[in-house]
Design a protein around this ligand. Structure first.
Ligand code: DX5
Ligand code: ZN
Length: 220
C-alpha cells in the first residue's frame, strides 16, 4: 500500500478549492493539512475554521499535522472540524499517552511526529497505540526545504523497532519528499508520503502526484 498525501501548505491559499480538486484529480489518498501555531514552529497557518471549509470541499480524508504546543487544547476541535487523522509532535506532548488516547476518543486516527533530532526510541512505549508515525525529514515550519538524508536510516530503525514491539503503525515521511527521495524511502519501509513543493511547486501538479506514486510503486 502506498499513500500519497499532498500538503496544502505549498498550495495557493487564495484558491484552496482548486488545490483540493487537483489533489483529487491526481489520485492522492489524503489531504495533508499543516497546522502551525507560531510557537512550536516559527510559522503560523490555519485553524479549525479553515479545516472545516476544506472538509466541505473534498471527499478525501484530512490528515491534520498539528505543529503546535499543547495540542491537547485543540484535538477535539480539529476532529470536530473534520480531521480523520490527527498527528501531534512528540516534542510538544508532556503526557503523550494521554494525548494519543484523547485523539482516539475524539474519533480520529492517532499519529505522532518526531523531528529530525528526536530518536525513534522516544516512541518505543507508545508505538503499539499508534495508527501513524510521522518521521520529519526536515525541521518543521516550512515547505520547500531539503530532505535530510539521515531520515532514510531513521525509517529503517523505526521499522525494526515497530517489529520488535509487534506494532504496525503506518510509517509516514514528511519534508523534501520528491520523485528522487520517495523510492529509497519505500525501500526503507515507509508507506505514506507527504509532499508539498513536489506537488504544488511543479507546473503540472496533477502529473506531479502521479509521478510520485509511480516512483513509489516502482520501489515497492
Ligand atoms: C513542514 C510540514 C510539511 C511540509 C512539506 O513543517 O510539516 O508537511 O508542508 O513540504 P515539502 O514537501 O515542500 O517539504
Ligand atoms: Zn506536515
Amino acid at each position: 500500500m502506498i499513500e500519497i498525501a499532498p500538503s496544502i501548505l505549498s498550495a495557493d491559499f487564495a484558491r484552496l478549492a482548486e488545490a483540493l480538486a487537483t489533489i483529487e484529480e491526481g489520485g492522492a489518498d489524503v489531504v495533508h493539512v499543516d497546522v502551525m501555531d507560531g510557537h512550536f514552529v516559527p510559522n503560523l497557518t490555519i485553524g479549525p475554521p479553515v479545516v472545516a471549509a476544506i472538509r466541505s470541499a473534498t471527499g478525501l480524508a484530512l490528515d491534520c499535522h498539528l505543529m503546535m504546543d499543547e495540542p491537547d487544547l485543540w484535538v477535539e476541535r480539529f476532529v470536530h472540524a473534520g480531521a480523520a487523522r490527527v498527528t501531534v509532535q512528540e516534542e510538544a506532548c508532556v503526557h503523550l499517552h494521554r494525548t494519543v488516547h484523547a485523539i482516539k476518543s475524539a474519533g480520529a486516527h492517532a499519529g505522532v511526529a518526531i523531528n529530525p533530532a528526536t530518536p525513534v526510541g522516544a516512541l518505543e512505549e507508545i508505538l503499539p497505540d499508534l495508527d501513524v508515525v510521522l518521521v520529519m525529514s526536515v525541521n518543521p515550519g516550512f515547505g520547500g526545504q531539503s530532505f535530510i538524508p539521515s531520515s532514510l536510516d531513521k525509517v529503517r530503525r523505526l521499522v525494526h523497532l515497530a517489529e520488535a514491539r509487534r506494532a504496525e503503525p503506518l510509517i509516514q515521511v514528511d519534508g523534501g519528499v520528491d520523485p528522487e527521495t520517495i523510492g529509497p524511502l519505500v525501500a526503507a519501509g515507509a508507506r505514506s508520503f507527504v509532499a508539498g513543493n513536489a506537488v504544488f511547486g511543479r507546473p503540472d501538479s496533477v502529473e506531479a502526484i502521479r509521478a510520485l506514486r509511480q516512483a513509489a510503486e516502482a520501489a515497492a
